[in-house]
Design a protein around this ligand. Structure first.
Ligand SMILES: [Zn+2]
Length: 191
């Protein structure tokens, strides 16, 4: 990994892992795919390897990402889906030409129509987002409780009461903040 770039947040749901390449949207936003090469890296990590990516393709990816975020946020809040976001999702899904391949081990892989077709990879991500937003999968869209994050995430916990997009970052920060506040309170009462 090239030094100096923010690392990726890995999740089990492709679409929300993708929206997680921009974090702290309500605070000091962190862009985790700042260059075309970082999008290549992200796609590789997520089973959608491409050879290269242009600046224009990176722009397309970010447009899709923000549309997924907008549509997933609306879905989590049970509000009407923004028409422009729906359009972008559908356009990407239609334009993608990736094929699902079953491996001899019984796993699904994606085969892109060519190694330079970032659009195929984005089509897979768009289709994943559609299945999540349409409620086809076992889980529930929710928004992270962190006020500086508010990321849409897919809660697959049994009780559907997960509060944070990521336990290791937002969840931990919240716990630490509470711990510090309690310590202050204790210190205050001791005076
Ligand atoms: Zn979060």
């Amino acid at each position: 990994m090239p030094a100096g770039f923010p690392d990726f947040r890995l999740g089990s749901v492709l679409a929300t892992s993708f929206t997680g390449t921009l974090t702290e949207r309500r605070g000091d936003a962190v862009e985790r795919i700042p260059t075309p090469q970082r999008l290549v890296d992200w796609l590789t990590v997520n089973g959608l390897a491409v050879d290269s990516c242009t600046t224009a393709q990176l722009d397309l990816a970010r447009e899709l990402r923000e549309s997924i975020h907008a549509a997933a946020t609306a879905a989590a809040l049970q509000e009407a889906l923004p028409a422009s976001a729906v359009q972008v999702l559908n356009d990407h899904s239609v334009q993608g030409r990736a094929a699902a391949i079953l491996t001899p081990e019984g796993e699904r892989r994606w085969r892109l129509s060519s190694a330079s077709r970032v659009e195929d990879a984005l089509g897979v991500i768009a289709a994943d987002a559609i299945s999540v937003i349409a409620g086809e999968r076992d889980g529930k869209l929710a928004l992270c409780a962190s006020p500086t994050c508010r990321a849409a995430f897919f809660d697959t916990s049994q009780s559907r009461t997960r509060r944070w997009c990521d336990m290791n970052t937002c969840g931990n920060r919240q716990k630490k903040a509470r711990f510090t506040a309690n310590r202050r309170k204790e210190a205050g009462s001791a005076e």
